[in-house]
Design a protein around this ligand. Structure first.
Ligand SMILES: *Cc1c(COP(=O)(O)O)cnc(C)c1O
Length: 401
């Protein structure tokens, strides 16, 4: 039995079965490459689901962790934490925000945002303005509140009763939002580009129109940038493409380029709703993870990684579009920066499995959309290698035409 096989056997015995895992046992990573326990190398166009934006084990992030690990691993939020303060300063200096609440994941960042808008609304408008409008097919996490925030049954079935107070609208449809806003609405929460929902880019002008509706009706606007933020789309934050600013933004995935950290960034006017004792997290913004966040942010802010996200994103899209001219089962290539989806007329699951066997990591979301979210440091040569593997797999597909 190979090392991988024996780990897989053990993994199936005591680890919760919440994931349908592929037969890969991860051992190490460098740049855009992941190596398994038997030494096989994989070209990683999944990047831990848009987490490893700087590639695996970026030396500056690793050095920050090593340095901080020898000084102080953890310290309660009862006290001031320099690394956390520095990360908050960086995030505010480079966004619309004035204050940051730190947590450990995307779902927690969204929980914080949901608590904040409810509390702000209660403090300012009384207790019946509690409804939050969210996008159909959105994804905001796996806690009870965040599964309630999407209408996706595959995520929420079996966990009811869900949290009341959410209204769902088709993503990209401004009229639907107008028709849904009522005297009970307090906020609108959207992903600027839907990730798990299938790399759905809203029509031009949509986010501006949503911002205007929020202003006209006194609603808070939350952007979930957990997947699209931190250079993924070619800008530090995806909202910067659209010339609009939210009131609250949630971040996680790539914030420390690997280590788990989440954040809710908010305008001062609304931040006051969460005073001492109203919300918290034991680990949130702890010295170790915040140090990694500072190191990662400094690299994003140098700019070359973001630029590469734009140029390599365009290159990747052009290459995928070439494949589209060859294969009739490809219906669309879409994306922004290095957040790219390829829509198929067939299920993508088998393609993902075959790619894995051939040393390529991609994934499939919303059934028929192949998702490409490589590290933002990916090279043209690596994209060419990826395309070659994919082209070969596509050429072997029998669609029964
Ligand atoms: C991944 C994701 C989340 C959830 O993040 P977790 O860290 O898994 O809790 C929330 N929103 C979006 C848009 C995401 O892509």
């Amino acid at each position: 039995m190979s090392n991988s096989q024996s780990w897989i056997k053990r993994g199936l015995t005591h680890v919760a079965k919440t994931y349908g895992r592929y037969p890969l046992v991860a051992a190490s990573g460098e740049g855009c490459w992941l190596t398994d326990i038997d030494g096989k190398k994989y070209l990683d166009f999944l990047a831990g689901v848009a987490v490893n934006n700087l590639g695996h084990c970026h030396p500056e992030v690793v050095a920050a962790l090593q340095d901080q690990a020898g000084k102080l691993l953890h310290c309660s939020n009862f006290f001031h934490i320099p690394q956390q303060i520095e990360l908050a300063e960086i995030l505010c200096e480079h966004s619309f925000g004035d204050r940051v609440f730190f947590c450990n994941s995307g779902a927690e960042a969204n929980e914080a945002a949901l608590k904040l808008v409810r509390k702000y609304s209660l403090d300012n408008h009384g207790d019946d303005r509690i409804e939050i409008i969210t996008g159909k097919n959105s994804f905001h996490g796996r806690t009870i509140a965040t599964i309630s925030a999407t209408d996706q049954e595959k995520i929420s079935t079996g966990f009811g009763p869900l949290l009341p107070g959410f209204k769902y609208v088709p993503f990209g449809d401004i009229e639907a939002i107008k028709a849904t806003i009522s005297s009970k609405t307090c906020a609108i929460m959207l992903e600027p580009i839907q990730g798990e929902g299938g790399i759905n880019i809203p029509p031009e002008g949509y986010l501006q129109a949503v911002r205007e509706l929020c202003d006209q009706n006194g609603l808070l606007l939350i952007f979930d940038e957990v997947q699209v933020g931190l250079g993924r789309t070619g800008k530090l934050f995806a909202y910067q493409h659209d010339g609009v600013e939210p009131d609250v933004m949630t971040l996680a995935k790539a914030l420390a380029a690997g280590p788990p950290i989440g954040a809710m960034v908010v305008r001062e006017k609304y931040a006051t709703a969460l005073g001492p004792g109203t919300h918290g997290s034991t680990f949130g913004g702890n010295p170790l993870l915040a140090a990694a966040g500072v190191a990662a942010m400094k690299i994003y802010l140098k700019g070359s990684v973001l630029k590469n996200s734009v140029t390599m994103g365009d290159y990747l899209k052009a290459k995928l579009e070439q494949l589209q001219t060859k294969y009739t089962f490809i219906t669309q290539v879409r994306g922004r920066g290095l957040m790219v989806g390829m829509e198929l007329t067939i299920e993508g699951g088998e393609i993902v499995k075959t790619a894995l066997e051939r040393g390529l990591l991609i994934n499939c979301t919303a059934g028929k959309i192949l998702r490409f979210v490589p590290p933002l440091i990916v090279t043209q040569q690596e994209i060419d290698q990826m395309i070659e593997i994919l082209d070969k797999i596509f050429s072997e597909i029998r669609t029964g035409e």
